[in-house]
Write a protein that binds this ligand. Structure first.
Ligand code: NI
Length: 157
């Protein structure tokens, strides 16, 4: 995927997510699907937190060539950070705000930043293009997860 197209898709995902979950009954957000899927509420908080980590990594790497980018344990975050209790409106707002501000940053980034190479704790060397692709793919996968869970928990009403 060309970078222009990738950025357009990153910009479109908050709207896709909002459309997907608009009008879902509150109780369906918390209805547990068959493993390994999470509840829809958990996926929404994971998407917000993954956007947070992505936004931090983009800034860290854009600012400094050779930056170290820490990993995080998303299962641990899902278990420990109140994903089951917090309002989904917060997650949707956070996801959109971090996407928008980070894409605006990318618009004005000086050219050399695109050549920066960072060290990810687990994935090894990567650059901004890899961070963009990875974050888009992760979110696209979770949009599919949410679609699947919604179908499953709606059936069992
Ligand atoms: Ni993920």
């Amino acid at each position: 995927m060309r970078e222009v197209e990738l950025r357009a898709r990153l910009a479109a995902q908050p709207g896709e997510l909002e459309t997907l979950v608009a009008g879902i009954r509150e109780e369906l957000l918390d209805r547990a699907p068959a493993p390994p899927h999470w509840t829809i509420r958990s996926y929404l908080h994971h998407l917000a937190d993954s956007a947070l980590v992505w936004a931090l990594r983009v800034r860290t790497l854009a600012a400094r060539d050779g930056a170290v980018l820490p990993a995080y344990d998303f299962h641990e975050w899902q278990r420990t950070l109140g994903y089951q209790e917090r309002p989904v409106a917060d997650a949707l707002r956070t996801f959109r705000a971090l996407r928008e501000s980070t894409l605006r940053l990318l618009d004005v980034l000086p050219e050399p930043a695109w050549g920066h190479s960072g060290q990810h704790e687990h994935q090894g060397a990567l650059d901004l293009a890899v961070l963009l692709r990875g974050h888009h793919e992760d979110a696209a996968g979770h949009l599919e997860d949410i679609r699947a869970v919604l179908e499953e928990v709606s059936r069992s009403t």
